[in-house]
Design a protein around this ligand. Structure first.
Ligand code: ARG
Length: 579
């Protein structure tokens, strides 16, 4: 059920009946204030302007042709030509009853699913995952879950950085450690340390840099001993990432890995084709694409190097190959890539080149979705006190430790297992919600205190709202899903909740088209807040209400709880029965 779309279609039909062209935009949206109704159609003014006619008269004509008496209880012509739509309570009750007995909560399933390839997380395996990869991982996972919930076919692609010259020094260092009988797992237990050690040797130790370069050559020429060593390194590093995915409740698995190395065999073909078609040219020994479409203000084309002068391939070459693989082999209708904003220029270059080369048909969407940085309290990029990068694993451990302290008193009489379970869900949920609720493209300040607060838009607030609904069912002594009573929407708080609940699909569609999970975060917060006001205003368990009203309200509570749970699940945040 997408109310906005339904009304949009109905108003458009009325506009056409009133003499306007088929492609007029009714511009229906949810109203910002209750006095303007639940929805507004604002498209008449624009249409009247085009026709140079009086907007109010035109709006009246549209109203005369608009028959939605089953959906709306009142239509108003307001201001210069707005149409305010007040939804019918009986209709809302009927839609809610459908949501109550539907596993998808009245969110429809796309009958003709699109294939969407989503490239997210993509850590560099030479090092440990750091906070920069948190955003890509969790924003990407939320969008993926929303797509799947709407019935789209999603193919996850974890474009891990598992290739490149830095592996030369890492493999040289690893090979020495193994020769002195250390096991790979121990040597690579802390990738950050390992990388540092290798780098120091590379910079300072006589002969080491040459050996590192030899390793690069051997790796690239497919030397089998070298590949065994590389595979060992990659495996252990992937394992570190998997632990983090597990902690973060992220859906990525090993099967989703399609790292840079996987494109290696195709890179010579990419270059040959670009050279043959004249899209790339030789320039000072390198192969370069001069992109006219991205020229600067002096008219100089953007320079996109696709092969280095020594013959080496680049990040860019791999991404061109990936375009072809995703649209061709995987059959993508849409490709979505999540990385930090600094890579925006790179992906624009990839897209334009891939389209010109025929690697990416016009019909395949290509959305690079940049995100801003996580900042410390000082407004500078989030770092350790000594200025190092913060390991994601340590950040998440701290989150759980802080949640444990925070909850200690509240849940002191719960069992040890339940306490640690709750602390884990609250701590991890708080970090995720704080991040996901921010506007994707802006930088944001990471603050433990606000994210772990029980007030305001936070995971703990939402998790707590969920437990409050659960406690009502416990007190009422009913099994929530067994209630089949008619829904009655009478009080303003009930109506506000009904409208909000039925907007779930609308919100998910916006999350999917804009790749903005923050819209879902806001939605859940508004839903939880409406629930709190409903709870204050509308008694549920008191004796002075009829059994019909009591059952209807309990059923409403059930839809609220399920929507909260489902919505949080789409963000990868877990709920609990009590806290
Ligand atoms: N590994 C890269 C990084 O850490 C992100 C890769 C994103 N995906 C891609 N197709 N280039 O910045």
């Amino acid at each position: 059920m997408n109310i906005r779309q339904l009304l949009n279609d109905k108003v458009r039909a009325a506009m056409v009946a009133a003499g306007l062209p088929e492609d007029t935009n009714p511009a229906v949206s949810a109203s910002s204030r209750p006095q303007f109704g639940d929805y507004q159609a604002n498209g008449v003014m624009g249409a009247a302007k085009k026709l140079k006619t009086n907007p109010r008269e035109l709006a009246q004509k549209v109203l005369d042709n608009l028959d939605i008496s089953d959906i709306a209880e009142k239509l108003e012509l307001a201001g210069p030509g707005f149409i305010n739509i007040h939804l019918n309570k009986a209709w809302l009750a009927k839609q809610l009853a459908i949501a109550a007995s539907d596993e998808h909560l009245n969110v429809s399933q796309n009958a003709t699913p699109k294939t969407v390839v989503v490239d997210y997380s993509a850590p560099n395996l030479a090092k440990e995952m750091h906070v920069g990869h948190l955003r890509s991982t969790i924003i990407g996972d939320a969008v993926v879950r929303a797509l799947e919930f709407r019935g789209e076919k999603v193919i996850r692609q974890n474009h891990m950085g598992d290739w490149g010259t830095q592996f030369g020094m890492l493999l040289a260092h690893l090979s020495d450690k193994l020769s002195s009988n250390e096991v790979a797992e121990t040597a690579l237990a802390d990738l950050e340390n390992f990388y540092r050690e290798a780098k120091i040797r590379f910079d300072e130790e006589e002969g080491f840099a040459d050996r590192a370069r030899d390793f690069v050559v051997k790796l690239q020429s497919g030397d089998s001993d070298c590949l065994v060593l590389w595979k060992q390194f990659i495996d252990i590093s992937i394992h570190h990432s998997e632990e983090i995915y597990n902690t973060l409740n992220v859906t990525l698995t090993r099967d989703d890995i399609m790292g840079e190395s996987a494109y290696n065999p195709d890179l010579p073909n990419v270059i040959n084709e670009l050279m043959e078609s004249g899209i790339a040219v030789e320039d000072q020994g390198a192969k370069v694409v001069f992109i006219k479409e991205m020229a600067n203000k002096d008219g100089e084309p953007s320079v996109f190097i696709v092969q280095k002068s020594g013959g080496g391939y680049l990040y860019a070459t791999t991404d061109l190959s990936a375009c072809r693989y995703r649209s061709g082999d995987l059959g993508a209708d849409r490709i979505i890539i999540f990385t930090d904003a600094r890579q925006a220029h790179h992906f624009k270059q990839v897209e334009v080149t891939a389209r010109n080369a025929g690697f990416l048909p016009e019909t395949t969407g290509y959305d690079h979705c940049p995100f801003g940085m996580m900042m410390g309290d000082d407004g500078k990029p989030f770092k350790t006190r000594t200025g190092g990068t913060i390991k994601l694993a340590e950040l998440l451990e701290e989150a759980v430790a802080r949640a444990t302290d925070l909850m200690a008193e509240k849940i002191a009489d719960f069992s040890v297992e339940e306490r640690s379970e709750i602390a884990r869900k609250v701590g991890i949920g708080a970090v995720k919600y704080a991040d996901l609720s921010k506007n994707r493209t802006s930088d944001y300040i990471f603050n433990w205190k606000t994210m772990l607060s029980f007030e305001g838009a936070t995971a703990p607030y939402l998790q707590y709202a969920f437990t409050r609904v659960q406690s009502i069912f416990r007190k009422a002594g009913v099994e929530a899903n067994s209630i089949t009573a008619d829904m009655i929407i009478a009080e303003p708080q009930e109506k506000a909740l009904a409208v909000k609940l039925l907007q779930f699909e609308e919100v998910l569609d916006a999350v999917i088209s804009e790749c903005t999970p923050n819209l879902l975060c806001n939605y859940l917060y508004e839903l939880a807040s409406l629930y709190m006001s409903f709870y204050e205003a509308c008694p549920i368990l008191k004796d002075d209400i009829t059994e019909d009203i009591k059952l209807s309200r309990l059923r409403l509570c059930n839809v609220i709880a399920r929507t909260l749970e489902q919505g949080l699940d789409l963000l990868g945040i877990e709920v609990m029965e009590r806290m």
